[in-house]
Design a protein. Structure first.
Ligand SMILES: NC(=O)C1=CN([C@@H]2O[C@H](COP(=O)(O)OP(=O)(O)OC[C@H]3O[C@@H](n4cnc5c(N)ncnc54)[C@H](O)[C@@H]3O)[C@@H](O)[C@H]2O)[C@@H](O)CC1
Ligand SMILES: [K+]
Length: 460
Protein backbone atom coordinates (compact mmCIF):
# COMPACT_ATOMS: atom_id res chain seq x y z
CA UNK A 1 0.00 0.00 0.00
CA UNK A 2 1.23 3.44 -0.84
CA UNK A 3 0.37 5.73 2.08
CA UNK A 4 0.04 9.51 2.12
CA UNK A 5 0.08 11.52 5.35
CA UNK A 6 -0.71 15.12 6.18
CA UNK A 7 1.96 17.72 6.95
CA UNK A 8 0.86 17.73 10.58
CA UNK A 9 1.27 13.96 10.87
CA UNK A 10 4.73 14.18 9.27
CA UNK A 11 5.77 16.99 11.61
CA UNK A 12 4.67 15.01 14.68
CA UNK A 13 6.52 11.87 13.54
CA UNK A 14 9.58 13.95 12.65
CA UNK A 15 9.66 15.60 16.08
CA UNK A 16 9.59 12.21 17.80
CA UNK A 17 12.46 10.95 15.67
CA UNK A 18 14.52 14.15 15.93
CA UNK A 19 14.42 13.85 19.71
CA UNK A 20 16.16 10.45 19.46
CA UNK A 21 18.72 11.18 16.73
CA UNK A 22 21.89 13.29 16.73
CA UNK A 23 21.42 16.77 15.27
CA UNK A 24 21.35 16.82 11.48
CA UNK A 25 21.06 13.04 11.12
CA UNK A 26 17.56 13.14 9.65
CA UNK A 27 18.48 15.70 7.02
CA UNK A 28 21.57 13.65 6.14
CA UNK A 29 19.35 10.61 5.52
CA UNK A 30 17.03 12.64 3.31
CA UNK A 31 19.88 14.31 1.44
CA UNK A 32 21.71 11.04 0.80
CA UNK A 33 18.53 9.46 -0.63
CA UNK A 34 17.98 12.53 -2.78
CA UNK A 35 21.56 12.57 -4.06
CA UNK A 36 21.46 8.89 -5.06
CA UNK A 37 18.15 9.44 -6.88
CA UNK A 38 19.74 12.31 -8.83
CA UNK A 39 22.85 10.23 -9.61
CA UNK A 40 20.56 7.46 -10.90
CA UNK A 41 18.83 9.93 -13.16
CA UNK A 42 22.14 11.37 -14.36
CA UNK A 43 23.52 7.92 -15.02
CA UNK A 44 26.75 8.90 -13.26
CA UNK A 45 28.46 11.81 -11.53
CA UNK A 46 31.66 12.99 -13.13
CA UNK A 47 31.25 15.86 -15.58
CA UNK A 48 27.51 16.25 -15.06
CA UNK A 49 26.11 19.70 -14.26
CA UNK A 50 23.39 20.23 -11.65
CA UNK A 51 21.72 23.45 -10.50
CA UNK A 52 20.08 23.71 -7.08
CA UNK A 53 17.19 26.14 -6.55
CA UNK A 54 17.30 26.81 -2.82
CA UNK A 55 14.67 28.41 -0.57
CA UNK A 56 15.02 29.51 3.03
CA UNK A 57 13.96 26.34 4.85
CA UNK A 58 15.00 22.75 5.40
CA UNK A 59 13.80 21.82 1.92
CA UNK A 60 16.65 23.98 0.63
CA UNK A 61 18.88 22.37 3.27
CA UNK A 62 18.14 18.94 1.81
CA UNK A 63 19.02 20.22 -1.67
CA UNK A 64 22.30 21.78 -0.47
CA UNK A 65 23.43 18.69 1.45
CA UNK A 66 22.54 16.49 -1.53
CA UNK A 67 24.49 18.93 -3.69
CA UNK A 68 27.52 18.34 -1.48
CA UNK A 69 27.21 14.57 -1.99
CA UNK A 70 26.94 15.11 -5.76
CA UNK A 71 29.93 17.46 -5.83
CA UNK A 72 32.04 14.82 -4.09
CA UNK A 73 31.05 12.45 -6.93
CA UNK A 74 32.47 14.84 -9.51
CA UNK A 75 29.24 16.64 -10.41
CA UNK A 76 29.60 20.38 -11.07
CA UNK A 77 27.06 21.82 -8.65
CA UNK A 78 25.85 25.40 -8.50
CA UNK A 79 23.21 26.73 -6.11
CA UNK A 80 20.98 29.78 -6.50
CA UNK A 81 19.84 31.05 -3.12
CA UNK A 82 16.38 32.48 -3.79
CA UNK A 83 15.69 33.91 -0.33
CA UNK A 84 17.56 36.31 1.91
CA UNK A 85 18.57 33.37 4.10
CA UNK A 86 19.47 29.77 3.39
CA UNK A 87 20.28 26.68 5.46
CA UNK A 88 23.72 27.58 6.86
CA UNK A 89 24.98 24.05 7.38
CA UNK A 90 23.88 23.17 3.85
CA UNK A 91 25.66 26.15 2.29
CA UNK A 92 28.85 25.32 4.20
CA UNK A 93 28.64 21.65 3.20
CA UNK A 94 28.17 22.50 -0.48
CA UNK A 95 31.07 24.98 -0.45
CA UNK A 96 33.24 22.50 1.42
CA UNK A 97 32.60 19.85 -1.24
CA UNK A 98 33.56 22.19 -4.09
CA UNK A 99 30.11 23.38 -5.11
CA UNK A 100 29.54 27.05 -5.78
CA UNK A 101 26.88 29.65 -5.06
CA UNK A 102 25.80 31.45 -8.24
CA UNK A 103 23.48 34.20 -9.34
CA UNK A 104 20.27 33.58 -11.30
CA UNK A 105 20.74 34.23 -15.01
CA UNK A 106 21.26 32.43 -18.31
CA UNK A 107 23.10 29.14 -17.86
CA UNK A 108 25.19 26.85 -20.00
CA UNK A 109 24.29 23.17 -20.40
CA UNK A 110 22.55 21.70 -17.35
CA UNK A 111 21.66 18.05 -16.80
CA UNK A 112 19.28 18.41 -13.86
CA UNK A 113 17.66 21.16 -11.80
CA UNK A 114 16.93 20.31 -8.16
CA UNK A 115 13.89 22.11 -6.76
CA UNK A 116 14.59 22.85 -3.11
CA UNK A 117 12.54 26.05 -3.01
CA UNK A 118 9.89 24.87 -0.54
CA UNK A 119 8.62 21.54 0.75
CA UNK A 120 6.05 20.76 3.42
CA UNK A 121 6.56 24.18 5.02
CA UNK A 122 5.65 26.09 1.88
CA UNK A 123 2.63 28.21 1.22
CA UNK A 124 1.03 27.55 -2.20
CA UNK A 125 2.34 29.55 -5.14
CA UNK A 126 5.84 30.75 -6.02
CA UNK A 127 7.41 34.16 -5.47
CA UNK A 128 8.47 36.20 -8.54
CA UNK A 129 12.19 35.47 -7.99
CA UNK A 130 11.51 31.74 -8.07
CA UNK A 131 9.39 32.09 -11.21
CA UNK A 132 12.18 34.10 -12.87
CA UNK A 133 14.81 31.52 -11.88
CA UNK A 134 12.71 28.69 -13.32
CA UNK A 135 12.37 30.59 -16.60
CA UNK A 136 16.17 30.50 -16.98
CA UNK A 137 16.19 26.69 -16.81
CA UNK A 138 13.09 25.85 -18.84
CA UNK A 139 13.41 22.47 -20.56
CA UNK A 140 15.96 21.01 -18.11
CA UNK A 141 14.74 17.88 -16.22
CA UNK A 142 13.61 18.81 -12.70
CA UNK A 143 13.93 16.73 -9.54
CA UNK A 144 11.65 18.09 -6.82
CA UNK A 145 12.79 17.76 -3.22
CA UNK A 146 9.90 16.28 -1.20
CA UNK A 147 7.18 18.15 -3.16
CA UNK A 148 7.09 20.26 -6.32
CA UNK A 149 7.33 23.78 -4.90
CA UNK A 150 4.16 25.86 -5.13
CA UNK A 151 1.53 23.09 -4.89
CA UNK A 152 -0.76 22.76 -1.87
CA UNK A 153 0.76 19.77 -0.07
CA UNK A 154 -2.28 18.68 1.95
CA UNK A 155 -5.01 19.13 -0.66
CA UNK A 156 -3.38 18.60 -4.05
CA UNK A 157 -4.73 21.96 -5.15
CA UNK A 158 -2.80 24.28 -7.47
CA UNK A 159 -3.68 27.93 -7.08
CA UNK A 160 -0.65 29.76 -8.46
CA UNK A 161 2.63 29.13 -10.20
CA UNK A 162 4.42 25.92 -9.27
CA UNK A 163 7.26 23.65 -10.27
CA UNK A 164 6.52 20.81 -12.69
CA UNK A 165 8.90 17.96 -11.88
CA UNK A 166 10.07 14.91 -13.81
CA UNK A 167 10.86 13.13 -10.55
CA UNK A 168 9.83 13.89 -6.97
CA UNK A 169 11.96 12.39 -4.22
CA UNK A 170 10.01 12.40 -0.98
CA UNK A 171 10.94 11.45 2.57
CA UNK A 172 9.39 9.21 5.22
CA UNK A 173 5.99 8.87 3.56
CA UNK A 174 4.06 10.22 0.60
CA UNK A 175 2.10 13.43 0.97
CA UNK A 176 -1.44 14.02 -0.32
CA UNK A 177 -0.20 16.18 -3.23
CA UNK A 178 1.70 13.18 -4.62
CA UNK A 179 -1.54 11.30 -5.24
CA UNK A 180 -4.32 13.83 -5.68
CA UNK A 181 -4.72 15.84 -8.88
CA UNK A 182 -3.99 18.39 -10.12
CA UNK A 183 -0.81 18.51 -7.97
CA UNK A 184 -0.05 14.83 -8.63
CA UNK A 185 0.43 15.69 -12.28
CA UNK A 186 3.20 18.12 -11.30
CA UNK A 187 5.17 15.41 -9.45
CA UNK A 188 6.36 13.25 -12.33
CA UNK A 189 7.65 9.89 -11.15
CA UNK A 190 7.71 9.36 -7.38
CA UNK A 191 10.52 7.97 -5.25
CA UNK A 192 10.21 7.44 -1.51
CA UNK A 193 13.26 7.59 0.74
CA UNK A 194 12.77 5.83 4.07
CA UNK A 195 14.04 8.01 6.91
CA UNK A 196 12.58 5.92 9.72
CA UNK A 197 9.45 7.93 10.59
CA UNK A 198 6.89 6.13 12.74
CA UNK A 199 3.53 7.18 11.30
CA UNK A 200 -0.14 6.68 12.20
CA UNK A 201 -2.82 5.26 9.87
CA UNK A 202 -2.79 7.15 6.59
CA UNK A 203 -5.82 9.26 5.65
CA UNK A 204 -5.12 8.76 1.94
CA UNK A 205 -3.78 5.60 0.31
CA UNK A 206 -3.17 4.13 -3.13
CA UNK A 207 -3.65 0.40 -3.63
CA UNK A 208 -0.75 -1.47 -5.24
CA UNK A 209 -0.98 -4.69 -7.24
CA UNK A 210 -0.20 -6.82 -4.16
CA UNK A 211 -2.99 -5.14 -2.16
CA UNK A 212 -5.48 -5.75 -4.93
CA UNK A 213 -4.37 -9.37 -5.25
CA UNK A 214 -4.84 -9.83 -1.49
CA UNK A 215 -8.33 -8.30 -1.55
CA UNK A 216 -9.59 -10.16 -4.63
CA UNK A 217 -12.24 -12.76 -3.82
CA UNK A 218 -11.34 -16.34 -4.72
CA UNK A 219 -13.87 -19.17 -4.88
CA UNK A 220 -13.83 -21.58 -1.94
CA UNK A 221 -13.05 -25.21 -2.81
CA UNK A 222 -16.72 -26.15 -2.45
CA UNK A 223 -18.10 -22.95 -4.04
CA UNK A 224 -21.18 -22.91 -6.22
CA UNK A 225 -22.49 -20.01 -8.23
CA UNK A 226 -24.77 -18.67 -5.48
CA UNK A 227 -22.14 -18.74 -2.73
CA UNK A 228 -19.78 -16.72 -4.96
CA UNK A 229 -22.36 -13.92 -5.14
CA UNK A 230 -24.89 -12.83 -7.73
CA UNK A 231 -24.75 -9.34 -9.21
CA UNK A 232 -27.84 -7.75 -10.74
CA UNK A 233 -27.74 -5.07 -13.43
CA UNK A 234 -30.55 -2.56 -13.84
CA UNK A 235 -29.11 -0.29 -16.50
CA UNK A 236 -29.74 0.50 -20.15
CA UNK A 237 -33.04 1.28 -21.80
CA UNK A 238 -34.67 1.10 -25.23
CA UNK A 239 -32.93 4.39 -26.01
CA UNK A 240 -29.53 3.28 -24.58
CA UNK A 241 -29.16 -0.50 -24.96
CA UNK A 242 -25.36 -0.17 -25.19
CA UNK A 243 -25.18 0.91 -21.54
CA UNK A 244 -26.79 -2.39 -20.56
CA UNK A 245 -24.28 -4.33 -22.63
CA UNK A 246 -21.28 -2.53 -21.15
CA UNK A 247 -22.48 -2.69 -17.52
CA UNK A 248 -23.07 -6.39 -17.97
CA UNK A 249 -19.64 -6.79 -19.61
CA UNK A 250 -18.04 -5.31 -16.47
CA UNK A 251 -20.24 -7.37 -14.14
CA UNK A 252 -19.49 -10.56 -16.11
CA UNK A 253 -15.73 -10.35 -15.47
CA UNK A 254 -15.89 -13.72 -13.71
CA UNK A 255 -15.56 -12.53 -10.12
CA UNK A 256 -19.22 -13.06 -9.18
CA UNK A 257 -20.88 -16.45 -9.57
CA UNK A 258 -23.72 -15.16 -11.73
CA UNK A 259 -24.99 -12.01 -13.46
CA UNK A 260 -28.68 -11.16 -13.70
CA UNK A 261 -30.07 -8.53 -16.05
CA UNK A 262 -33.30 -6.88 -14.95
CA UNK A 263 -34.00 -4.06 -17.38
CA UNK A 264 -35.53 -3.14 -20.68
CA UNK A 265 -36.72 -6.24 -22.64
CA UNK A 266 -35.22 -4.93 -25.89
CA UNK A 267 -31.85 -4.53 -24.16
CA UNK A 268 -32.19 -8.00 -22.61
CA UNK A 269 -32.21 -9.62 -26.07
CA UNK A 270 -28.97 -7.86 -26.95
CA UNK A 271 -27.41 -8.73 -23.58
CA UNK A 272 -28.32 -12.42 -24.01
CA UNK A 273 -26.89 -12.47 -27.52
CA UNK A 274 -23.57 -11.06 -26.30
CA UNK A 275 -23.45 -12.83 -22.90
CA UNK A 276 -25.34 -16.14 -23.04
CA UNK A 277 -24.44 -16.84 -19.39
CA UNK A 278 -26.49 -13.87 -18.14
CA UNK A 279 -29.88 -14.76 -16.62
CA UNK A 280 -33.07 -12.80 -15.93
CA UNK A 281 -34.50 -11.24 -12.74
CA UNK A 282 -34.18 -12.93 -9.34
CA UNK A 283 -32.34 -12.63 -5.99
CA UNK A 284 -28.99 -10.84 -6.03
CA UNK A 285 -26.31 -9.81 -3.51
CA UNK A 286 -25.65 -6.41 -5.17
CA UNK A 287 -27.26 -4.13 -7.75
CA UNK A 288 -25.78 -1.88 -10.43
CA UNK A 289 -28.22 0.87 -11.32
CA UNK A 290 -28.48 3.91 -13.52
CA UNK A 291 -26.28 3.93 -16.57
CA UNK A 292 -28.39 4.69 -19.66
CA UNK A 293 -31.53 4.22 -17.57
CA UNK A 294 -33.09 7.30 -19.09
CA UNK A 295 -36.30 8.22 -17.24
CA UNK A 296 -36.48 4.79 -15.58
CA UNK A 297 -33.60 5.54 -13.20
CA UNK A 298 -35.69 6.47 -10.16
CA UNK A 299 -37.93 3.39 -10.36
CA UNK A 300 -34.91 1.15 -10.97
CA UNK A 301 -33.14 2.58 -7.93
CA UNK A 302 -36.24 2.32 -5.70
CA UNK A 303 -36.63 -1.34 -6.67
CA UNK A 304 -32.95 -2.00 -5.90
CA UNK A 305 -33.16 -0.20 -2.55
CA UNK A 306 -36.19 -2.31 -1.60
CA UNK A 307 -33.97 -5.41 -1.87
CA UNK A 308 -31.72 -4.15 0.92
CA UNK A 309 -28.44 -5.22 -0.78
CA UNK A 310 -25.43 -2.98 -1.63
CA UNK A 311 -25.92 -0.81 -4.72
CA UNK A 312 -23.71 0.89 -7.31
CA UNK A 313 -25.45 4.18 -8.09
CA UNK A 314 -24.28 5.38 -11.49
CA UNK A 315 -25.13 8.06 -14.09
CA UNK A 316 -28.92 8.74 -14.31
CA UNK A 317 -29.50 7.21 -10.86
CA UNK A 318 -27.17 9.72 -9.18
CA UNK A 319 -29.97 12.30 -9.23
CA UNK A 320 -31.80 10.03 -6.75
CA UNK A 321 -28.78 9.17 -4.60
CA UNK A 322 -30.66 10.37 -1.50
CA UNK A 323 -32.61 7.07 -1.67
CA UNK A 324 -29.49 5.11 -0.67
CA UNK A 325 -28.36 7.40 2.15
CA UNK A 326 -26.93 5.38 5.01
CA UNK A 327 -27.17 2.08 3.11
CA UNK A 328 -24.19 0.21 1.69
CA UNK A 329 -23.71 1.99 -1.63
CA UNK A 330 -21.06 3.25 -4.03
CA UNK A 331 -21.90 6.44 -5.93
CA UNK A 332 -19.83 6.71 -9.13
CA UNK A 333 -19.99 10.30 -10.45
CA UNK A 334 -17.56 12.04 -12.77
CA UNK A 335 -16.68 15.65 -11.92
CA UNK A 336 -19.73 17.13 -13.67
CA UNK A 337 -22.13 14.72 -11.96
CA UNK A 338 -20.50 15.34 -8.57
CA UNK A 339 -20.84 19.10 -9.12
CA UNK A 340 -24.58 18.65 -9.71
CA UNK A 341 -24.84 16.40 -6.66
CA UNK A 342 -23.26 19.07 -4.45
CA UNK A 343 -24.63 22.17 -6.18
CA UNK A 344 -21.16 23.53 -7.03
CA UNK A 345 -19.32 24.30 -10.27
CA UNK A 346 -17.48 21.54 -12.12
CA UNK A 347 -14.32 23.67 -11.99
CA UNK A 348 -14.50 23.64 -8.16
CA UNK A 349 -14.55 19.84 -8.16
CA UNK A 350 -11.62 19.67 -10.58
CA UNK A 351 -9.63 22.13 -8.47
CA UNK A 352 -10.17 20.19 -5.22
CA UNK A 353 -10.96 16.55 -6.01
CA UNK A 354 -10.33 15.14 -2.53
CA UNK A 355 -12.32 17.79 -0.67
CA UNK A 356 -15.36 17.33 -2.91
CA UNK A 357 -15.28 13.53 -2.93
CA UNK A 358 -15.10 13.57 0.88
CA UNK A 359 -17.90 16.09 1.16
CA UNK A 360 -20.20 14.06 -1.10
CA UNK A 361 -19.40 10.87 0.85
CA UNK A 362 -20.22 12.61 4.12
CA UNK A 363 -23.41 14.27 2.89
CA UNK A 364 -24.73 11.12 1.20
CA UNK A 365 -23.41 8.77 3.87
CA UNK A 366 -22.06 6.50 1.13
CA UNK A 367 -18.77 5.63 -0.54
CA UNK A 368 -18.13 8.04 -3.41
CA UNK A 369 -15.97 7.05 -6.36
CA UNK A 370 -15.12 10.30 -8.15
CA UNK A 371 -13.92 9.40 -11.64
CA UNK A 372 -10.94 11.25 -13.07
CA UNK A 373 -7.32 10.77 -14.16
CA UNK A 374 -6.57 9.88 -10.55
CA UNK A 375 -9.96 8.62 -9.34
CA UNK A 376 -10.68 9.38 -5.68
CA UNK A 377 -12.68 6.91 -3.58
CA UNK A 378 -13.87 8.48 -0.31
CA UNK A 379 -15.67 7.09 2.73
CA UNK A 380 -18.10 9.11 4.87
CA UNK A 381 -15.43 9.29 7.62
CA UNK A 382 -12.99 10.96 5.21
CA UNK A 383 -10.64 8.07 4.57
CA UNK A 384 -9.75 7.98 0.89
CA UNK A 385 -7.97 5.92 -1.74
CA UNK A 386 -6.61 7.29 -4.99
CA UNK A 387 -6.32 5.17 -8.12
CA UNK A 388 -3.01 5.57 -9.91
CA UNK A 389 -3.52 2.92 -12.59
CA UNK A 390 -4.94 3.84 -15.99
CA UNK A 391 -4.14 5.51 -19.27
CA UNK A 392 -5.48 8.62 -21.01
CA UNK A 393 -6.97 6.20 -23.60
CA UNK A 394 -9.47 5.20 -20.92
CA UNK A 395 -11.29 8.51 -21.40
CA UNK A 396 -13.75 6.87 -23.80
CA UNK A 397 -17.53 6.51 -23.97
CA UNK A 398 -18.95 3.64 -21.96
CA UNK A 399 -15.84 3.07 -19.82
CA UNK A 400 -17.84 4.16 -16.76
CA UNK A 401 -20.52 1.56 -17.51
CA UNK A 402 -17.89 -1.19 -17.40
CA UNK A 403 -16.55 0.19 -14.12
CA UNK A 404 -20.02 0.23 -12.53
CA UNK A 405 -20.59 -3.41 -13.47
CA UNK A 406 -17.17 -4.41 -12.15
CA UNK A 407 -17.69 -2.67 -8.80
CA UNK A 408 -21.10 -4.34 -8.57
CA UNK A 409 -19.53 -7.76 -9.09
CA UNK A 410 -17.02 -7.05 -6.30
CA UNK A 411 -19.83 -5.94 -3.96
CA UNK A 412 -21.74 -9.14 -4.76
CA UNK A 413 -18.74 -11.24 -3.70
CA UNK A 414 -18.89 -9.61 -0.28
CA UNK A 415 -16.25 -6.87 -0.41
CA UNK A 416 -17.30 -3.80 1.56
CA UNK A 417 -18.16 -0.72 -0.54
CA UNK A 418 -14.80 1.03 0.09
CA UNK A 419 -12.75 -2.00 -0.96
CA UNK A 420 -15.09 -2.85 -3.85
CA UNK A 421 -14.90 0.69 -5.23
CA UNK A 422 -11.14 1.09 -4.87
CA UNK A 423 -10.28 -2.41 -6.09
CA UNK A 424 -12.74 -2.03 -9.01
CA UNK A 425 -11.23 1.31 -9.98
CA UNK A 426 -7.68 -0.08 -9.79
CA UNK A 427 -8.63 -3.09 -11.96
CA UNK A 428 -10.44 -0.87 -14.45
CA UNK A 429 -7.36 1.33 -14.92
CA UNK A 430 -4.97 -1.61 -15.10
CA UNK A 431 -7.21 -3.45 -17.61
CA UNK A 432 -7.30 -0.32 -19.77
CA UNK A 433 -3.50 -0.12 -19.75
CA UNK A 434 -3.27 -3.79 -20.63
CA UNK A 435 -5.78 -3.38 -23.47
CA UNK A 436 -4.35 -0.12 -24.80
CA UNK A 437 -0.65 -1.05 -25.09
CA UNK A 438 -0.23 2.68 -25.88
CA UNK A 439 -2.94 2.73 -28.54
CA UNK A 440 -6.63 3.59 -28.72
CA UNK A 441 -9.24 1.40 -27.04
CA UNK A 442 -13.03 1.30 -26.67
CA UNK A 443 -14.90 0.46 -23.48
CA UNK A 444 -15.58 -3.15 -24.43
CA UNK A 445 -11.80 -3.70 -24.81
CA UNK A 446 -11.43 -2.82 -21.11
CA UNK A 447 -14.00 -5.43 -20.12
CA UNK A 448 -12.37 -7.96 -22.44
CA UNK A 449 -8.96 -7.42 -20.77
CA UNK A 450 -10.27 -8.09 -17.26
CA UNK A 451 -10.01 -11.92 -17.23
CA UNK A 452 -6.32 -11.89 -18.26
CA UNK A 453 -5.56 -9.20 -15.70
CA UNK A 454 -7.42 -11.08 -12.97
CA UNK A 455 -5.56 -14.26 -13.86
CA UNK A 456 -2.19 -12.57 -13.32
CA UNK A 457 -3.37 -11.25 -9.95
CA UNK A 458 -5.06 -14.36 -8.58
CA UNK A 459 -2.05 -16.55 -9.36
CA UNK A 460 0.38 -14.21 -7.57
N1 LIG B 1 9.67 16.78 8.20
C1 LIG B 1 10.57 15.82 8.03
O1 LIG B 1 10.37 14.72 8.46
C2 LIG B 1 11.79 16.11 7.30
C3 LIG B 1 11.90 17.27 6.56
N2 LIG B 1 12.91 17.48 5.76
C4 LIG B 1 12.84 18.59 4.82
O2 LIG B 1 12.36 19.75 5.40
C5 LIG B 1 11.32 20.29 4.62
C6 LIG B 1 10.49 21.17 5.45
O3 LIG B 1 11.31 22.21 5.88
P1 LIG B 1 10.78 23.55 6.52
O4 LIG B 1 9.83 23.26 7.59
O5 LIG B 1 11.97 24.34 6.86
O6 LIG B 1 9.92 24.21 5.39
P2 LIG B 1 10.26 24.49 3.86
O7 LIG B 1 11.70 24.43 3.57
O8 LIG B 1 9.34 23.62 3.09
O9 LIG B 1 9.74 25.97 3.64
C7 LIG B 1 9.61 26.88 4.69
C8 LIG B 1 10.37 28.15 4.39
O10 LIG B 1 9.98 28.67 3.14
C9 LIG B 1 9.39 29.97 3.29
N3 LIG B 1 8.23 29.95 2.38
C10 LIG B 1 6.98 29.50 2.63
N4 LIG B 1 6.21 29.55 1.53
C11 LIG B 1 7.00 30.04 0.54
C12 LIG B 1 6.79 30.30 -0.82
N5 LIG B 1 5.62 30.05 -1.41
N6 LIG B 1 7.83 30.78 -1.55
C13 LIG B 1 9.02 30.99 -0.99
N7 LIG B 1 9.28 30.76 0.32
C14 LIG B 1 8.29 30.29 1.09
C15 LIG B 1 9.05 30.12 4.73
O11 LIG B 1 9.21 31.45 5.11
C16 LIG B 1 10.07 29.21 5.41
O12 LIG B 1 11.25 29.86 5.69
C17 LIG B 1 10.68 19.09 4.03
O13 LIG B 1 9.88 19.36 2.90
C18 LIG B 1 11.88 18.25 3.69
O14 LIG B 1 12.43 18.64 2.46
C19 LIG B 1 14.01 16.55 5.61
O15 LIG B 1 15.21 17.24 5.82
C20 LIG B 1 14.00 15.37 6.49
C21 LIG B 1 12.91 15.16 7.38
K1 LIG C 1 10.55 21.36 -3.39
Amino acid sequence: MLRAHTVEQVRTAEAALLARLPEGALMQRAAAGLAYAVLDLLGGGYGRRVLLLVGSGDNGGDALHAGAVLARRGVQVEAWLLSSSAHEGGVAALRGAGGRIGTPGPTGRLDVVVDGIVGIGGRPGLRPDAVAALAHVAGVPVVAVDTPSGVDVDTGEISGSHVTADLTVTFGTHKVCHLVDPAAQACGALQLVDIGLDLPEAPVEALQAADVAALLPRPAADAHKYTRGVVGVRSGSAAYPGAALLSVAGAACGLAGMVRYDGDPAALDLVRAAHPEVVGPGRVQAWVVGSGSDDGAEDALRAAVADGVPIVVDADALAFARLTRGRPAVLTPHAGELARLLGVERADVEARWLEHARRAAREHDAVVLLKGRHTVVARPDGRARVTTTGTPWLATAGAGDVLGGLVGALLATGLDPFDAASVGSWLHGAAATLAAQDGPIVASDVAAALPDLLATLTTR
